[in-house]
Every structure is written in C-alpha cells, then in structure tokens.
Write a protein that binds this ligand. Sequence first.
Ligand code: PAF
Length: 280
Amino acid sequence: MKLVHTVAEARAARAAFPTLGLVPTMGALHEGHLTLVRQAREACGAVAVSIFVNPTQFNEGADFDRYPRTLKRDLELLEPTGCDLVFAPDAAAMYPPGFASSIEVGPVSAPLEGAMRPGHFAGVATVVCKLLNIVQPTRAYFGQKDAQQLAVIRRMAADLDLPFEIVAVPTVREADGLALSSRNVHLTPQERAQAPALHRALQLAKAAWGGGERDGDQLRAAMKAVLAGASLGRVEYASIADPLTLLELDEVGDAGALASLAVRFGDTRLIDNLVLGGPD
Ligand code: PAF
C-alpha cells in the first residue's frame, strides 16, 4: 500500500494501474468505508482511497475542528483490505494560494442537507471533482447513506462530462440499525441508545408505503412519531422526496421516494435514509 501526499505523487502512483477504483473519504474509517474499498477492489482490480478532511464543506467551524483525524489507525485498517494507494493531501496541496473556484450543482443541492448546511454541497462537489481529476479512477464509490451527496455528485459528473463511473454502495448498519458514521463516536451512551430510532422511523415509513400509504404528509408524520420517542434527539427534517430532484412529495407514486432524516443529538448530527420502493 503506497501512501502519497501531493497531487504530483498521486498522479504518478495512479499511472501504475490500468483500472482503478477510488473511495473518497475524510478518514476516521469504519466498516462502511472498508465495504466500499473491498467492493471497489473486487470490481476494478486496484483501489485508491483519499483521506482529506475537506474544510470547505463544513459550515460549522466547531464541527470541522472536532472531526476525528486518525490517519495512523486508518492506514492500519486499510492495509488488510488490499488497498493499493492512499492519497492523504493537506489543505495547502488541495487549495494552494490563489485557489478561487467552486462548483455549484443547482437545485438538487438546495433542499434537505443543502438547506441546513449552506455551502456544504459546493464544498463537496468541488473537492470531489478535484479528487476525480487528480486520481482519474475508472469508478468512484460513495455510500448510499449520504443520498443527497450521491445525487449531487451524479448530477455534477453528468453535467461536466466527467468520464468516471459513479457507484453507490448500500449503507452499512450496526446490529440495532444505526447507520455507521464517523460522527457516531461523539454520541453519549444515552444518545447512542436512542439513535436507532432513525432507522426504525425509516423502516416504518417503508412498511407503510409497502402497505399502500401514498400520502407524503402521513409518511412524514409517521416518521416524526417514531422520532418523538427519542427524547434526546431534535429532528431537523423528516423528508419524503422525489429520489432524483429531492423535492418533497405530496403524493408518492408507485416509483417510490427517498425517505430521509436528519436528527441532532446534542452537537452530533445524524442522517439516514431508505428508498421506498428500493432495497433496504
Ligand atoms: O462523504 C464524505 O466523506 C465526503 O463528503 C467526501 C465525499 C469524501 C468529500 O469530502
């Protein structure tokens, strides 16, 4: 496993692989990331992982400051996966003096996470575009847990004719349903005990949809009712939206919808989603 830090080193190392998967990450790796890495390696024959806590996608300075930085442990976790290349730049390598560009992806960036975190998706789109251009992977792998991020990146790749396949990988969960996230380490034991309410709420919406409920408000209310049982959580949104545009639906068609949630436990913000009409 080769570790490189500069753009020039990453480009030179990448040239060794005829086909390559890329898993962009911000480090603090967990089983969800490792699942992406294994899948990318199996499909592409070789895999690169980028580790960069991207300052431009954090709209709260405190969230950026306390984001876990665990490079040594990340490398130890990646080694047994057969990861071939790790690109771990610093901020100066990604944003040298004079850097002035930003990618705005338009309406799909606006609701949900975009509304709660102004500027977040411009930061994500810009850094992902840079990582794709630097590493030039055959395919890039992203977790379905960040469903809106995935929609934004797909839109950007299509609009800007980026010649890289974008692959979505299902969310990896704890046994009690909590989606794996680098932020879970910040939950207190009491918050952690209540956090699986997100998955329960999503499952309830999915079951209601399966049972014929098509009214968006009813589905949103059903999720909020489950979340009300998590007394330490503050719901930021409970959404039933079109899976492509992410606009809220009054009526869910037979093609389904994206059910998604953001809930704040103290300073820790959790998000999760399930596709109504898609696999769990
Ligand atoms: O999902 C993440 O970890 C980040 O948003 C990403 C895609 C690595 C961009 O910084």
